[in-house]
Design a protein around this ligand. Structure first.
Ligand code: KIV
Ligand code: NA
Length: 273
């Protein structure tokens, strides 16, 4: 049975005057059916992240990512999963103008993919939109701190919340989206002290990426943790070197074709004896 939004949100429980998550939530990105199949048994949530812009399409940032890309990959991931909740990122330009624009875009994503939730970037400024969607049947996964769609405004991908003023702003952002009804919030690229403060302050799960072990769960870009993508930030732990392994396998194949040692009779159709 597939994880639901209330069940996932409910993993963070009231305990007296604080909130605790006994077992941290496990999340990864997925963009394709086959990767979804492989990750699904291990994850509480699969995110069809707009990081597919860089990872799949070779784009310079997530800014050029389109609704068509998110819908096509979102549908593939839903088809390849049965256990994890699937959330799809709203691409830049599809939701910021108004709550009405966001609703139309999010409804399209849900209809075309079958996903149960959407994710969008932004804090206080997006809170009315988070409320508008939530009240109309669209669960919202929020994302504050380092918000990659704002790279042109932020000037880069450096960690956020180093100054007290910036940390206070990000805490306010997390509070605002939680109050507006988001079921969980990604904290990206923030200082540990801030992640800890936010995790204590909001009743919804905080999901960290470059945001310390203080969060209620963790997410990584799958290609990064598998060693499949070339540039990886400091907060990524490489659990394997799939790029190296693919390189070796393909080099062996190329060598065998060139030396005529592949294919052999095992891979060849001949009349039955
Ligand atoms: O696009 C993405 O992959 C993300 C996460 C890593 C949080 O937004
Ligand atoms: Na994203």
């Amino acid at each position: 049975k597939r994880m639901t939004v209330p069940a996932l949100k409910g993993r963070k429980k009231a305990d007296g005057d604080r909130f605790v998550t006994e077992q941290p939530l496990v999340m990864l990105t997925a963009y394709t059916m086959r990767n979804a199949q492989l990750l699904d048994p291990h994850c509480d949530l699969l995110l069809v992240g707009d990081s597919l812009g860089q990872v799949i399409y070779g784009l310079p940032s997530t800014v050029p990512v389109t609704m068509e890309m998110m819908c096509a990959h979102g549908a593939a991931v839903v088809r390849g999963s049965w256990h994890a909740l699937v959330a799809v990122d709203m691409p830049f330009g599809s939701y910021e103008a108004s709550p009405e624009q966001a609703f139309a875009s999010a409804a399209r994503v849900m209809k075309e993919t079958g996903c149960a939730a959407v994710k969008l970037e932004g804090g206080e400024a997006m809170a009315p939109t988070v409320r508008f969607l939530t009240e109309r049947g669209i669960p919202v996964f929020a994302h504050v701190g380092l918000t990659p769609q704002a790279v042109n405004a932020l000037g880069g991908y450096g960690a956020r919340g180093r100054s007290e003023a910036e940390a206070a702003k990000i805490l306010g952002d997390a509070r605002a989206v939680a109050d507006a009804g988001a079921f969980a919030v990604v904290l990206e690229g923030v200082m540990e002290s801030l992640a800890e403060e936010i995790t204590r302050a909001v009743p919804i799960p905080t999901i960290g990426i470059g945001a310390s072990p203080q969060c209620d769960g963790q997410i990584l870009v799958t290609e990064d943790m598998l060693g499949l993508f070339e540039r990886t930030p400091r907060f990524v732990k490489r659990y394997d070197d799939l790029a190296g392994r693919i390189g070796e396998a393909v080099a062996t194949y190329a060598d065998e074709v060139r030396t005529r040692s592949f294919p052999t009779s095992d891979q060849t159709y001949r009349p039955k004896a």
